[in-house]
Design a protein around this ligand. Structure first.
Ligand code: ASP
Length: 403
């Protein structure tokens, strides 16, 4: 995303806020433009994930290389997600935002989303696409990633793999070009999305449970501005500030769409063409990260669960908080990269420690705003991961391409 486009997208966010707040009755055209932008981004997500994951794996030098990149990625994801949950738990125990919230307020908070019945067994089985074409048609991303990973790995030892890789390379380039065209609409699209949210929920939406929202936001800021940059600096000797400048366009899109998957085309484009991360690493780490690496979501799940416990005056002992720690990580991995996915998988965390599911009603009002914030951190975590793993695999820092 070029510098001008990023600036205009930032202006789009501000105009969207003002539009939604001042002219909520005239929001329909803005809503249409926002939906159009989102639809165009979604259009390329499935082909992009399949092509880029396949290509990411198929163009690796050897199966040994895949093993190394795969284990580095897994270790990075698990470590940073755990750090995020830990930050959330410490903050929510210190700030205690739920103390003093009355149960009566939950009754007026609105309807509950359907609880998700997701056992560990179901979760693992759902990863295997019994029919990859059905997964393609339904846009079922996680099984598609598994299939593309396996097919890509199986192509590595094929004698004529160069020919296969070249075809997919061409497709990948075309999809990224298409992404560039769609991004030309970003300032308008972002304005429309923000305007329709503000018009629907109102600006005063944050006030009733500001302390809870404040705790989540504080945790997200600590993770985004302190923890992740430190990880990048200490383990990769790279500057997060520099990286931030390269990917800020993708972060604006993440904020306005509240969807890591919809942002993926822009994330890939920024990391490859602006941050100079190799195709091999970006194509492997980012599509995977958009679906499974969700630091912001994990942190939010932990804070929300503890907030609900505090609001219901339920004291969770350390052992229960360990369970929250583990299930929040799992719930974030299981959440799809779409808006509100984290809210739905939170049922898993609440059930695990016996908290009332209706507690979700307490946090519904601010969830869209927090979704926008946590998605931005999710995407930022993916970018830091790609930069770090690229560094580990190249041995020396990459030079930035001029924008
Ligand atoms: N919207 C988030 C994402 O796409 C997932 C969530 O709901 O937490 O990354």
């Amino acid at each position: 995303m070029g510098r001008k486009l990023t600036l205009w997208s930032g202006i789009g966010v501000i105009v969207g806020f003002l539009y939604g707040a001042l002219l909520p009755q005239w929001v329909a055209p803005a809503d249409f433009v926002g939906d159009l932008f989102l639809a165009l981004l979604k259009m390329i997500v499935v082909p992009l994930v399949v092509v880029s994951v396949f290509l990411g794996v198929a163009s690796l030098e050897s199966l040994g290389h895949l093993k190394r990149l795969g284990s580095q990625t897994l270790i990075y994801y698990l470590t940073t997600t755990s750090l995020a949950v830990f930050t959330g738990l410490v903050l929510v125990n210190l700030i205690r935002p739920g103390v003093g919230v009355t149960l009566a307020s939950s009754a007026s908070a609105g309807p509950l989303p359907p609880p998700e019945g997701m056992s560990f067994r179901d979760f693992v089985l759902r990863l295997i696409p019994t029919n990859p074409f059905a997964s393609l048609a339904q846009g079922d991303i996680l099984p598609l990633i598994v299939f593309s990973l396996l097919l890509g790995a199986a192509v590595i030892p094929v004698r004529d793999r160069e020919a296969v890789v070249r075809v997919f390379q061409g497709l990948n380039d075309a999809i990224l070009t298409l992404t560039g065209w769609i991004m030309g609409l970003a300032p308008l699209g972002v304005m429309g999305l923000v305007a329709s949210i503000v018009a629907e929920k109102g600006l005063g939406v944050v006030i009733p449970i500001a302390q809870y929202a404040g705790t989540v936001v504080a945790g997200l800021l600590i993770h985004a501005f302190i923890t992740l940059p430190l990880v990048l600096l200490l383990l990769g000797q790279r500057s997060a500030l520099w990286l931030f400048h390269q990917v800020k366009g993708a972060l604006v899109v993440a904020f306005s769409t509240a969807s890591s998957s919809a942002t993926l085309p822009v994330t890939l484009e920024s990391m490859e063409h602006r941050a100079g991360v190799s195709r091999e690493v970006a194509g492997f780490v980012l599509p995977l990260g958009a679906t499974v690496n969700m630091d912001g979501t994990a942190l939010y799940e932990a804070v929300a669960a503890l907030f609900i416990a505090q609001a219901y005056n339920i004291t969770l002992p350390l052992s229960a908080q360990v369970v929250v720690f583990l299930t929040a990580t799992l719930a974030a991995i299981g959440a799809a990269g779409i808006p509100s996915a984290g809210l739905v998988t939170m049922a898993l965390v609440l059930q695990a420690v016996g908290l009332p599911l209706e507690g979700i009603g307490l946090i519904l009002a601010v969830d869209r705003f927090l979704d926008m914030m946590r998605t931005t951190v999710n995407v930022w975590g993916d970018c830091i991961g790609a930069a770090l793993i690229d560094r580990w695999n190249q041995g020396k820092p990459q030079e930035a391409e001029s924008p």
